[in-house]
Design a protein around this ligand. Structure first.
Ligand code: ADP
Length: 408
């Protein structure tokens, strides 16, 4: 252990501990205070201190109004602080050291994606235009956006706009990237395309400070989670301790409310809705992820899908999504499908003693209960999005699967 010595920082002649450099600290926040005028109570952030080591990812979580955004904006220099300081490698940050990605992208709408990205590096004067374009193209390619380089932001999806905004922030090779609720303006199906980019950056050692409501993402990507409440740092913990070892009752409540938002039950009734739901779920499903079905109803499902069955099957084959099917008996149509695509159709016969009256399947975090009634009845589907329920249904499926006989 080295003892703490003191050295003047590069540009402001403030005294900083010299062992910061040995400890690999990249960003140091010291007693940051920002107070907004408030009608009642305190608004802003009070005395927040934090050291971010090189390559570290810290997620800021907490209720709305807790101060996450204010803290990030102070660190980025977008907001003036009342007191405290932000140091980067022991000195005042320089332009481009810290970049900020906004919730609502903030792309220039009159410039193409490429122009948005190369503007800051070229203006910085550190690289030539051709070097900036080459680096931008490299980043666009990496994050599957090269084909949109000449598009204007208004012609991109929300997920593509946000990826373009992240690439723009990366183009000046920041030492620290700040992300402020970057998925909150996105439709749920686009969220992962953006979060996956951040996961890649985290793996590569990009230091990041992230404000997010996506707890699952936070626990996957963060080295530490900081819970802010009423502008104060209420808890610093590892992701595991935050989620599974939580002892603070207010944080337990907060986690519960977020989980409630991710839990949904939807009912789709009638042939049209049944078909639309099945196709929609298949589109959202990850390629290669199996559908595990209990109580296959054979030809009734095909009848309910009507003319959409062909599209369904085409997409399922394109996405290599296996049907792992536990059935009571195999119809001629099932057999035909199984023999045509033996790798994508694994069928087993359930022993009569294990028969289950409900017909359901599990896909990722979703349980789908299918109600067929009698031939000719309008079908219905109940979709339950709940990771815990899906896991226990999946476990039950696995148990039944082991006890059933393969049809070959
Ligand atoms: P979070 O990002 O956690 O939702 P914010 O940082 O946006 O929280 O807000 C923290 C507190 O500061 C809230 O009480 C909010 O109302 C207040 N606040 C934020 N920005 C301003 C502003 N520009 N003017 C006045 N009050 C503000």
């Amino acid at each position: 252990m080295c003892s703490v010595r003191w050295a003047p920082s590069a540009c402001c002649m403030q005294m900083v501990p010299i062992n910061i450099y040995f400890m690999n600290t990249i960003l140091s926040l010291q007693n940051i205070l920002k107070q907004y005028p408030a009608t009642t109570g305190f608004a802003g952030i009070a005395n927040i201190s934090l050291e971010l080591t090189k390559g570290e990812v810290v997620c800021l979580v907490g209720p709305s109004g807790a101060g996450k955004s204010t803290l990030l904006r102070c660190v980025a220099g977008l907001e003036s602080m009342d007191s405290g300081q932000v140091l980067l490698e022991g000195a005042m940050p320089k332009d481009g050291d810290i970049t900020f990605v906004f919730q609502d992208y903030n792309l220039w709408s009159h410039k193409t994606v490429l122009e948005n990205i190369v503007l800051a590096p070229v203006l910085s004067g550190k690289v030539s235009r051709s070097e900036a374009v080459a680096h931008a193209s490299f980043l666009l390619e990496r994050f599957s956006l090269l084909d949109k380089k000449d598009a204007y932001p208004d012609f991109l999806s929300g997920g593509q706009k946000q990826r373009a905004a992240i690439i723009r922030a990366l183009a000046i090779k920041p030492k620290v990237l700040l992300l402020d609720e970057i998925t909150s303006a996105l439709d749920p199906e686009l969220v992962n395309s953006v979060l996956n980019v951040i996961k890649v950056l985290a793996k590569e050692g990009q230091s990041m400070l992230i404000a997010t409501h996506q707890l699952k993402f936070a626990t996957e990507v963060a080295d530490r989670i900081i819970f802010l409440e009423s502008g104060k740092q209420a808890q610093v913990s590892s992701p595991q301790d935050f989620l599974y070892g939580q002892t603070n009752p207010r944080i337990v409540e907060f986690i519960k409310t977020l989980n409630l938002h991710t839990q949904e039950i939807s009912v789709y009734e009638g042939y049209d809705q049944f078909q639309a739901f099945q196709l929609g779920l298949l589109k959202r499903q990850r390629a290669g992820e199996a559908q595990c079905v209990v109580g296959s109803s054979g030809d009734r499902w095909f009848e309910c899908m009507g003319k959409y069955y062909k599209d369904y099957e085409k997409l399922r084959i394109e996405k290599s999504i296996p049907w792992r099917m536990l059935m009571y008996s195999e119809s001629a149509r099932d057999k035909d499908i199984r023999l045509r695509h033996p790798l994508l159709n694994e069928y087993r016969l359930m022993p009569a003693t294990l028969e289950n009256p409900a017909n359901y399947y599990v896909v990722g975090d979703v349980v789908v209960i299918q109600i067929f009634g009698e031939p000719g009845d309008e079908p219905a589907v109940i979709e339950i999005k709940n990771a815990h329920l899906a896991k226990s249904y999946q476990n039950y499926f696995n148990l039944l699967w082991e006890q059933s006989t393969a049809i070959i």
